[in-house]
Design a protein around this ligand. Structure first.
Ligand code: ATP
Ligand code: MG
Length: 226
C-alpha cells in the first residue's frame, strides 16, 4: 500500500536556515498492517504522517500509494486520493465545535455523491457501532475526550477508507480511555483497515503489530511485535 524510498524533507531554505526533518526514509507498509511510529523527540513524525496522508510534500526520494506516484498527482487527484482512501485521526480530535457529533461524521460524505438521507443513515450507523448512539446530537464540547475521539474515528471511517492515519490519537486521553481507543483500532485492523499511528508511549505502541523507531529524522530499525 505504502512504498517510501529514500525520502528526505527540509523546512526553510538554504539562504535562511535549513532544518532537515526527514533523512533518507525507507518505509514499506502492506495493506492490513497496524504500524506504530515511535520517537522520543520532535524529529519529523507528524511531517512523515502528513506526507503519507498526501497532505505534505517532500524534497527527495519517492512515495507510491497503491502504486500511484503521489508527487505526480495534481490537486484534484490528491484530494480524491485522500477523500476515498485515507481517514485522519489527531491528538486534539479536530472536530468542528459548532456541529453535532452526527454532522461532524457526515462532513467527509458531503464531498461524495451520496444523498442526504443516505449520509445521515451511514453516520448514525458509524456512531452507533462506536457506542455513541445516544450522543448523536451532542456537540464536541458536550462529550468526554474519549467520546470526542470516537466521533473523530467515526468521521475518519465515514468514506470507508483502507488506511487510517493517527497522530498521537491517545495523547489527550487518560490511560484507560487510551486503551479503549487502542482496542478499537485493533478491532478496526482485524476488520481489514490498515493503520499507521504515531505515539510517544511504549504501552500504546504495543497494540500495533509493527513498531518503527525514529530518531533525529531517521528510521532506526523495524521491530516486529508479538
Ligand atoms: N511548517 C513548518 N515549517 C517549519 N518548520 C516546521 C514545520 N512543521 C514542522 N517543523 C519543524 O520540523 C520539526 C519536526 O516537526 P514534526 O511536527 O514533524 O515533529 P514530531 O516528530 O511530530 O514532533 P512531536 O513529537 O513534538 O509531535 C520540528 O522541529 C518542527 O519545528
Ligand atoms: Mg507530532
Amino acid at each position: 500500500m505504502i512504498s517510501i524510498k529514500g525520502l528526505s524533507k527540509a523546512y526553510g531554505s538554504i539562504d535562511t536556515s535549513l532544518l532537515i526533518v526527514l533523512k533518507n526514509i525507507h518505509l514499506h507498509i502492506e495493506a492490513g498492517e497496524f504500524v506504530a511510529i515511535m520517537d522520543p523527540s520532535g524529529s519529523g513524525k507528524s511531517t512523515l504522517l502528513n506526507i503519507i496522508g498526501a497532505l505534505d510534500t517532500f524534497d527527495a526520494g519517492s512515495y507510491h500509494f497503491n502504486g500511484q506516484n503521489v508527487p505526480e498527482l495534481n490537486r484534484d487527484a490528491l484530494a480524491e486520493l485522500r477523500l476515498n482512501n485515507i481517514g485522519f485521526v489527531f491528538q486534539s480530535f479536530n472536530l468542528i465545535p459548532q456541529l453535532s457529533a452526527l454532522a461532524n461524521v457526515e462532513l467527509p460524505m458531503l464531498y461524495t455523491r451520496l444523498k442526504k438521507t443516505t449520509r445521515q443513515k451511514a453516520a448514525v450507523k458509524q456512531l452507533t457501532t462506536l457506542g455513541l448512539a445516544d450522543r448523536l446530537d451532542h456537540k464536541p464540547g458536550e462529550l468526554s475526550g474519549g467520546q470526542q475521539q470516537r466521533v473523530a474515528i467515526a468521521r475518519a471511517l465515514a468514506n470507508d477508507p483502507a488506511l487510517i492515519i493517527a497522530d498521537e490519537p491517545t495523547g489527550s486521553l487518560d490511560t484507560e480511555t487510551g486503551i479503549e481507543i487502542m482496542q478499537l483500532f485493533q478491532s478496526l485492523n482485524r476488520q481489514g483497515k490498515t493503520i499507521v499511528m504515531v505515539t510517544h508511549e511504549e504501552d500504546i505502541a504495543a497494540y500495533a503489530s509493527r513498531i518503527v523507531r525514529m530518531r533525529d529524522g531517521k528510521i532506526l530499525k523495524n521491530v516486529s511485535a508479538a
